[in-house]
Ligand binder design. Structure first.
Ligand code: HEC
Length: 167
């Protein structure tokens, strides 16, 4: 398994994203209950949005590993990431933590330390925006150089505001 891991996946693991992607396996065994409250719906929607973010970042990393990366694929991925990064602060309405979805990995600190969480969101928006600028310029080397700072902001937030993977 590990031997078959692509270099893109290996990089994703290096920046702490592989574990997050693996967590998505929980979805199949964790369907949204019927008559879910607004907060519960938000928690499930957030889960899907983060999965999309993780998958998109992986698509980007995999493309960058190719001998002749497709600039259109890269630009589409970074554009999607900008949209998700911009929307992220809205995925956390108060009350949408574990009380709304037991499988949620959202820590209470997201709401008790709202300023810190907001700073972590902003940090990612800044790096993802730079990533997108690099992609738009068509400079593959610049995109590659921007992957690690971007991944660092994912990890920075996860380390503080996300609990270890639940199973
Ligand atoms: C500002 C904080 C923050 C940033 C920045 C952030 N995340 Fe997350 N991420 C979270 C939190 C909190 C959760 C747990 C959400 C939950 O379980 O309710 C999470 C969960 C995830 C998951 C697991 C999906 C799930 O719900 O099981 C993936 C995948 C993920 N993030 C990828 C990323 C990637 C890739 C980046 C950077 C491009 C990123 N995240 C940036 C806070 C953040």
């Amino acid at each position: 398994m590990a031997a078959m891991m692509s270099r893109g996946a290996a990089l994703a693991v290096a920046v702490g994203i592989g574990a997050a992607i693996t967590a998505s396996g929980a979805l199949a065994s964790d369907p949204m209950p019927k008559n879910a409250s607004a907060a519960t719906k938000a928690a499930y929607a957030r889960h899907e949005n983060f999965e999309k973010l993780g998958k998109t970042f992986k698509v980007l990393n995999d493309e960058l590993k190719k001998s002749d990366p497709d600039k259109a694929v890269i630009a589409a991925a970074t554009k999607t990431m900008v949209g998700l990064a911009t929307a992220l602060p809205g995925w956390f309405p108060r009350g949408s933590g574990v009380q709304a979805r037991p499988m949620s990995e959202a820590k209470a600190e997201i709401w008790t330390d709202a300023a810190g969480f907001s700073a972590a969101s902003s940090a990612m928006q800044v790096q993802v925006s730079k990533l997108n600028q690099a992609a738009l310029s068509g400079d593959i080397a610049a995109v590659k150089a921007q992957v690690r700072p971007t991944g660092g902001t994912c990890k920075g937030c996860h380390d503080k505001y996300r609990v270890e993977k639940k199973s």
